[in-house]
Ligand binder design. Structure first.
Ligand SMILES: [Zn+2]
Length: 428
């Protein structure tokens, strides 16, 4: 023990004297011990961000850290590493982080081990604030495993990774730009309420918004959005695998801007060679409300109707399709992002003349629901019996029922609301 300490003291003084720059050159100097403790978590990532302090050349800055392979990794470095790891896996090589982001406390500990020579095998360690691992850019990888270093030497550069300390084969640093690799962590763009500036409003005759158009925006990690160039509407489509996750990874948004307000029929173009979800969920935000329409993509037909929806002039209206349909990934099902046809529906017949102050309810016998608005989406306020004559207050355009978009606002005693004109006729 005494001998060891003496050796350490000697070593320490040599290190300080002859090569003191070694303590702040950022290098590892010793390969970290790979205890294989994260072998089962290889390839697993958790994008929950944690704020921490990064250091470079002793200067402190704010950093955001996630976990990859059960190791802390700076979020932008993590996105690049996940893409790197993905590519390696396809080549049959399993990359694993042995050491990632290091906090100042952790570096302080390693430095103390070196100074006091009582832990970490007395290995030389960079001074706190000076380790490359505190910058968030450095990862020590499992290059001791067969094939890993060869693969990294060939491919690391494609993903912005390089060996910054020539003698340290395990030590790789990523110095790319934050936007180079989109997701899965940190970069899933939050859905905004505004369409891209180059998305032009559809003319009164409507039109088709295709996946290659300015009014379509794909979302989520781009490596999971597969483009196909010889299929789908207009000869292209995008597909992605579906999941049962609580939150979406990938999604697509068709922005609906119209020059002419009114009801439009929406139809999604489906190519069943690529679309196989039985429960694709289209969220339709239109004229101040949102409807969720579920579509079985395996059913027949190319242009499949999502229904008729009222669109206003202005921003924020969209059709959005997420990849988390609730179908487990192991089923291998897919959703597609392709053409969306937007067709104006003929203007409804003019409202009955003002002389019509009363309407008669005509159903096949059942009482008729009275709704709070011109739609069946909200729970009825009450019912009116078949054959009853009630006062008509106004007529509105709303949800299409049996081909009729007119709704009468009626009153019977204290009950006031809307009934579909498909089940009522003027009495006077
Ligand atoms: Zn390192």
């Amino acid at each position: 023990m005494r001998t060891q300490q003496l050796v350490a003291l000697f070593f320490f003084s040599v290190a300080l004297g002859a090569c003191e720059h070694e303590l702040d050159d950022g290098a590892d100097h010793f390969e970290p011990v790979d205890d294989y403790a994260n072998l089962e978590e290889q390839g697993v990532y958790d994008c929950t961000e944690r704020a921490d302090s990064g250091y470079r050349q002793g200067a402190r800055f704010a950093i955001s850290v996630v976990r990859v392979d059960a190791k802390p990794v700076e979020v932008d470095t993590a996105n690049a590493y996940i893409a790197l790891q993905d590519a390696a896996r396809r080549d049959g090589v399993n990359l694993r982080v042995v050491s990632g982001f290091r906090t100042n406390d952790e570096q302080d500990y390693l430095y103390g081990c070196y100074v006091d020579c009582n832990c970490n095998s007395c290995n030389l360690a960079a001074a706190p604030g000076y380790s490359n691992h505190q910058s968030g850019h450095a990862l020590d990888l499992n290059t001791a495993e067969s094939g890993v270093l060869t693969w990294l030497n060939r491919n690391g550069g494609r993903f912005g990774f390089s060996r910054t300390v020539p003698s340290e084969t395990w030590h790789w640093e990523w110095w790319g730009a934050a936007g180079d690799f989109e997701g899965p962590c940190g970069h899933v763009p939050a859905p905004t309420n505004v369409a891209p500036t180059d998305c032009a409003a559809l003319p009164a005759a409507g039109g088709i918004i295709d996946d290659g158009d300015n009014c379509f925006t794909p979302g989520g990690p781009s490596q999971y959005l597969r483009s196909v160039g010889d299929a789908g509407h207009d000869g292209d489509l995008i597909w992605t695998g579906v999941t049962a996750s609580p939150a979406p990874d990938n999604f697509g948004v068709w922005w609906i801007k119209v020059q002419q307000p009114g009801p439009y029929r929406l139809e999604a173009y489906i190519n069943r060679d690529y679309a196989s979800s039985r429960q694709a969920k289209y969220s339709i935000r239109h004229n101040g409300r949102t409807d969720l329409i579920t579509l079985d993509l395996t059913a027949a037909g190319n242009f499949r109707s999502l229904g008729v929806f009222d669109f206003a002039v202005g921003e924020g209206q969209q059709v959005r399709l997420d990849d988390n349909t609730g179908e487990h990934g192991s089923l291998g099902r897919q959703v597609t992002f392709d053409g969306l046809r937007v067709t104006p529906v003929a203007t409804p017949p003019p409202a009955p003349p003002p002389t019509c102050t009363q309407v008669r309810v005509q159903t096949d016998g059942a009482p008729l629901n009275v709704r709070p608005s011109a739609s069946t989406q909200q729970a009825p306020r009450g019912t009116i019996a078949n054959g009853a004559v009630v006062g008509r207050l106004s007529t509105a355009v709303g949800q299409e029922v049996r081909g009729n978009q007119s709704w009468h606002e009626v009153q019977q005693g204290a009950l006031r609301g809307y009934i579909s004109a498909a089940f009522a006729s003027c009495v006077n």
